[in-house]
Design a protein around this ligand. Structure first.
Ligand code: TPP
Ligand code: MG
Length: 340
């Protein structure tokens, strides 16, 4: 693990953890899925076909794509309102996800969770939360349960840069370090918390530096570089699975579409967004795979066509499914159903 101050750029191709060609292409498939899903979702909201708050993760595709290829179906993730990329990368079926966001009975939570509260335990997505910082203590709880049961499961907590200033972040890192929990804290540092640059609100120069206060490895990594991100994630996940305890990863990235759908971005530096978009990680990774001879244009194009087909089916499914019936209002609230 690199020192907290250094931007880690492990050469994943030549390290013992080097990903295979199949893994590198799979990272691309997950990135392309997130990008296509985002573009379709914004179009559907704009057309007024689905009414939902939307926190676009566009620009942050690499992080969950590279993390999730290191996880099994039994591993857990806890994510946030800006977490549709984390959910798709972990394998929530697109149809069920769209139906949930549209508030339909066919969704992952029968339409009762909505976009801010998607859960899908079958794929390991255990919580989506709108409470900044709360993905971390929940991931600790899941990791503790796995540790007590002697299961080899790992829990990943995704959160933003702003969340690293919340008490729950510090409490969670402390507890995870003391109990050597199999948890990986993945901070997606997109440089902004709502409308404020993170430097304005964050005392540490680098969020990864905060790991030192809890005696755990802290690694700052280029979260838009799939090989660097994969290297950091693999090392942290292997470490957690081996019972060696938690890691804090600060993955540097940028969000392309402001805080929430409709945000006018007036608070951003001039040209900042345009510069980030010019370095869009999705086409860049596509081009790299082709240039390196690891994938052909035809292979990637057919993978993208399959994603678009799946998206067509998911949108249709969400729009044509029924809303939950009134009887659902009192169901799934208590462990034992109560009668009216
Ligand atoms: C406990 C709590 N405080 C404040 C808010 C309001 N709020 C919603 S999003 C947000 C910014 C969080 O920024 P960051 O953690 O960087 O995540 P990002 O949105 O950039 O992914 C804030 C302050 C909240 N939802 N919960
Ligand atoms: Mg942020």
């Amino acid at each position: 693990m690199s020192s907290p101050n250094a931007m880690s750029s492990p050469n994943a191709m030549s390290s013992p953890n080097a990903p295979s060609r199949a893994v590198l292409v799979e990272i691309y498939r997950r990135m392309a899925l997130i990008k296509a899903n985002d573009e379709r979702f914004r179009a559907v909201i704009k057309a007024g076909k689905i009414i939902a708050p939307y926190y676009s993760p566009r620009g942050q595709e690499v992080i969950p794509a590279a993390v999730s290829v290191c996880l099994t179906d039994e591993d857990y993730i806890c994510t946030i309102y800006r977490g549709i990329h984390d959910m798709l990368a972990k394998g929530v079926p697109m149809k069920l996800l769209w139906a949930e966001i549209a508030g339909k009975a066919t969704g992952t939570c029968k339409g009762k969770g909505g976009p801010m509260h998607v859960t899908h335990p079958e794929s390991g997505v255990m919580v989506t939360t709108g409470v900044v910082g709360s993905s971390m203590p929940i991931a600790n709880g899941l990791a503790l349960a796995a540790q007590i049961r002697g299961e080899k499961r790992v829990a990943v907590a995704y959160f933003g840069d702003g969340a690293s200033n919340i008490g729950a972040f510090h409490e969670s890192l402390n507890m995870a370090a003391v109990w050597k929990l199999p948890v990986v804290f993945v901070c997606q540092n997109n440089l902004y918390g709502e409308h404020t640059r993170y430097e304005v609100t964050t005392s540490a120069r680098h969020i990864a530096d905060r790991a030192a206060g809890y005696q755990m490895p802290g690694v700052r990594v280029d979260g838009n570089d799939p090989r660097a991100m994969y290297g950091a994630a693999k090392e942290a996940i292997d470490r957690a699975r081996a019972g060696e305890g938690p890691t804090l990863i600060e993955a540097m990235t940028f969000r392309f579409h402001g805080h929430v759908f409709g945000d006018m971005d007036g608070y951003m530096g001039k040209g900042e967004k345009e510069a980030a978009m010019a370095r869009d990680p999705v086409p860049a990774w596509r081009q790299w795979l082709i240039q390196q001879g690891l994938a052909s244009e035809g292979e990637l194009a057919s993978l993208e066509a399959a994603i678009n087909q799946e998206l067509d089916a998911a949108v249709d499914f969400a729009l044509t499914s029924a809303a939950p019936d009134l009887g659902e209002l009192r169901r799934d609230i208590f462990a034992h159903e109560v009668s009216a």
